[in-house]
Write a protein that binds this ligand. Structure first.
Ligand SMILES: *[C@@H]1O[C@H](CO)[C@@H](O)[C@H](O)[C@H]1NC(C)=O
Ligand SMILES: *[C@@H]1O[C@H](CO)[C@@H](O)[C@H](O)[C@H]1NC(C)=O
Ligand SMILES: *[C@@H]1O[C@H](CO)[C@@H](O)[C@H](O)[C@H]1NC(C)=O
Ligand SMILES: *[C@@H]1O[C@H](CO)[C@@H](O)[C@H](O)[C@H]1NC(C)=O
Length: 223
């Protein structure tokens, strides 16, 4: 699983210069008017689609880690740290739109060279960095932050509205989510779906032990 970290580092190394645009950072590299979250979601998860009075502004992939602390024999999620890349130029490829999480999970099982090639390909195809994703308490409770400073944008701090198990492999892949922004101007709604990895082992033995589990996911931003 640690190979995903190499992939993230590689994509970071390939950052091009960016220009100022608006709250959600740089304009998507490719036209996203035909990108549709509904086509990524099985019928049982269509409820993740935000209200119709908001519009899609970014289609992205996040790469990073989910963080856990061992508490009473179970790993409890204590946040995440990830980098968020534009995938507007990739979204309409069948492997990305229909089988992203399967592809990432399979890549995790093969050797590092394949993962590196995947990272190089993504970077070449326009997977530039849009935002940093982390957790902080600037809006009150510990909350997910999407900070677009690296692409000259603003930020969004989310609050979870929906949390649904990954439909294919929920013990390996973290839940699919709908978030509403409680602060910031970069998005009103965010959806995390097509998750790959990120789940901890089912139990732990050493109290307070921390664990970082690599994951990838698609994040859709609506404004
Ligand atoms: C994006 O694509 C849509 C539909 O294909 C088209 O109507 C629109 O003009 C395009 N926008 C840009 C900025 O090219
Ligand atoms: C969008 O619709 C929701 C209800 O679905 C409503 O609560 C919200 O105020 C609306 N937002 C705007 C900007 O119209
Ligand atoms: C998550 O783990 C990473 C790597 O150890 C660390 O840099 C980051 O601060 C942690 N974030 C949270 C919210 O625990
Ligand atoms: C675990 O951390 C908590 C809070 O920081 C502390 O009160 C407790 O003593 C720690 N337990 C162990 C076994 O280290």
């Amino acid at each position: 699983m640690h190979c995903l970290l190499k992939l993230a580092a590689l994509a970071l190394a390939a950052l091009p210069a960016v220009s100022a645009f608006s709250g959600q950072g740089t304009q998507p590299h490719c036209n996203i008017s035909n990108s549709n979250l509904a086509t990524d979601l099985p019928s049982s998860l269509q409820s993740l689609i935000p209200p119709s009075n908001v519009s899609l502004v970014q289609v992205t992939m996040g790469l990073g880690t989910q963080n856990y602390t061992c508490t009473n024999g179970k790993y409890v999620n204590v946040g995440a740290l990830a980098q968020v890349f534009d995938i507007s130029c990739l979204q309409n490829l069948p492997a990305i739109s229909a089988a992203f999480s399967q592809a990432v999970n399979e890549l995790e099982l093969v050797d590092g060279a394949s993962l590196l090639n995947f990272g190089i390909t993504l970077a070449k195809m326009g997977g530039f960095k849009l935002a940093d994703h982390y957790f902080d308490t600037s809006a009150g409770p510990l909350s997910p932050v999407f900070n677009f400073q690296v692409s000259n944008g603003g930020f969004a701090i989310g609050k979870k509205l929906m949390d649904l198990p990954d439909p294919t492999n929920p013990t390996v892949n973290v839940d699919w989510l709908q978030l509403e922004a409680i602060a910031g101007d970069a998005a009103k709604f965010l959806v995390r779906e097509q998750t790959a990895g990120g789940q901890p082992p089912s139990s732990c033995a050493v109290e307070n032990e921390t664990l970082q589990v690599p994951y990838a996911a698609k994040y859709w931003f609506f404004l």
